[in-house]
Write a protein that binds this ligand. Structure first.
Ligand SMILES: Cc1cc2nc3c(=O)[nH]c(=O)nc-3n(C[C@H](O)[C@H](O)[C@H](O)COP(=O)(O)OP(=O)(O)OC[C@H]3O[C@@H](n4cnc5c(N)ncnc54)[C@H](O)[C@@H]3O)c2cc1C
Length: 403
């Protein structure tokens, strides 16, 4: 009988474990080397301990729009394994997923530990040997095999699957193999802003704001949240992801223009005029013209030095313009960034043209596969980053199992 081929998986995160969980044990003898003493630590803390496993978006064409980097390449990957397959995969192993109002999907148990347990048990069921505290330091070719070195031991393997996340040390292993890396920069962050428009308004949110970065001709819309330090919420996070590279170049010092209402200035003007007509005797403090909190409205009156007690009928044209400017075209200076709920993702990584996206193999290296955050692929928040890991890892195991 022909002996089994040997696979070494480097890195025990989402991508590495999904390969281990799907590999054919009849065909391969697999060892997973993990640097830390515990596996899947990012899954554990993900989604605030609930793990946002995927997103209820089932059309690959639509799904790729959530990936600032990698959207072109992922299209074919998602035709093979997409969120519907992820749901089925976990369900088959006893874990159901539920969809929240914003289409993010979590385990019904709200526990990331359950996701980890399934991945670990599936890998063990495939006889994968898992070796912790086994950080890989070097990989080189030796007589048609891969020699994978750790501090304690060297391993020989037919096939390497590289899933180290965005660890800088791991990139060195790849550059030594002549793999090109796109510079790493943070993605998914919130904007630090000190401005009286936002002062003492922490927790105030807007349902459908529009945030622009005029210098980059970039624009995003969606919910917006005032935080201790500035602005957060999907509109800001999406901008931070799409403009990750440019904002890094600007050293996170740039101007934004915010439309808190998400309607045009003309429309907002109409609303004020109509309100003025309908309720001329109401004071400005009492006026409820827009879908914003009274706290925010009063702050706008205050910073523009408009008397709260004044009747709306007496609102001058100039005062109205000031209000409209503040609400629909508010210029704010961003000075720095903060991480979003400790969730950050790295943009940059292995340049994508080196990968065959049918199998996730590195074209120039024999029997060397790669998946996960180590690649120059990342998404906005919502379960998309894990979905990319599951899909890429699935391609690797499928391609190996069928070869
Ligand atoms: C706080 C937080 C919350 C998040 N929440 C979500 C979420 O809810 N949904 C979502 O889609 N995305 C989320 N993300 C992003 C998501 O966690 C990552 O995209 C995903 O974990 C990447 O998986 P990976 O397997 O590529 O890398 P990782 O999860 O980083 O795993 C890589 C593994 O390789 C090991 N390793 C590194 N170098 C070596 C080496 N030299 N030798 C051996 N082992 C090595 C590491 O120790 C690690 O265990 C979150 C990220 C953070 C930081």
């Amino acid at each position: 009988m022909r002996s089994k081929k040997k696979i070494i998986i480097v890195g025990g995160g989402a991508a590495g474990f999904f390969v281990a969980a799907n590999i054919d044990k009849e065909k391969y003898e697999t060892i997973l080397l993990e640097r830390a003493k515990n596996p899947m630590q990012k899954i554990k803390i993900s989604g605030g301990g609930r793990c946002n496993v995927t997103h209820a978006c089932f059309d690959p064409k639509e799904l790729v729009n959530f990936y600032p980097r990698g959207n072109k390449e992922l299209r074919s990957v998602f035709t093979k394994f997409q969120p519907g397959d992820t749901i089925a995969w976990f369900e088959k192993r006893g874990l159901e997923l539920k969809t929240e109002a914003d289409n993010r999907m979590f385990p019904t148990t709200d526990s990331s530990q359950d996701v980890m347990d399934i991945l670990l048990n599936s890998a063990l069921a495939n006889d994968v040997q898992i070796k912790y505290k086994s950080g890989v330091t070097k990989i080189e070719r030796e007589e048609n095999l891969w020699k994978v070195q750790t501090k304690n031991q060297d391993y020989l393997a037919d096939i390497v699957v590289f899933c180290t996340g965005s660890s800088p040390k791991a990139y060195k292993i790849l550059t030594d193999l002549s793999i090109e890396i796109e510079d790493l920069v943070p993605s998914l962050f919130t904007f630090n802003i000190k401005d009286k428009t936002l002062e003492n308004l922490m927790g105030t949110s807007f349902e459908n704001a529009v945030v622009k970065i005029p210098k980059l001709k970039a624009e995003e819309f969606g919910p917006l949240l005032i935080t201790h330090w500035g602005l957060s919420g999907p509109a800001v996070l999406k901008l931070s992801a799409w403009c990750a590279r440019e904002l890094h170049k600007l050293k996170y010092d740039f101007a934004i223009n915010v439309n808190f209402l998400g309607i045009s200035m003309e429309e907002a003007n109409e609303k004020i005029l109509k309100y003025k007509q309908d309720f001329p005797k109401k004071s400005l403090a009492q006026a409820k013209i827009f879908e914003i909190t009274q706290r925010f409205w009063k702050n706008i009156l205050e910073i523009n030095q408009i008397e709260e007690k004044k009747k709306i009928a007496n609102l001058s044209k100039k005062e109205k313009q000031l209000i409209l400017k503040n609400l629909c075209s508010c210029e704010l200076a961003v000075k720095g960034k903060s991480t979003f709920k400790e969730e950050f993702v790295t943009a940059g990584g292995v340049k994508l043209r080196q990968i065959d996206f049918k199998t996730m193999r590195i074209k120039e290296l024999e029997d060397f596969y790669i998946a996960g955050e180590v690649l120059d692929i990342d998404a906005i928040t919502g379960g998309f980053n894990f979905q990319a890991c599951w899909s890429e890892a699935w391609l690797i195991s499928e391609s190996l199992n069928n070869s």
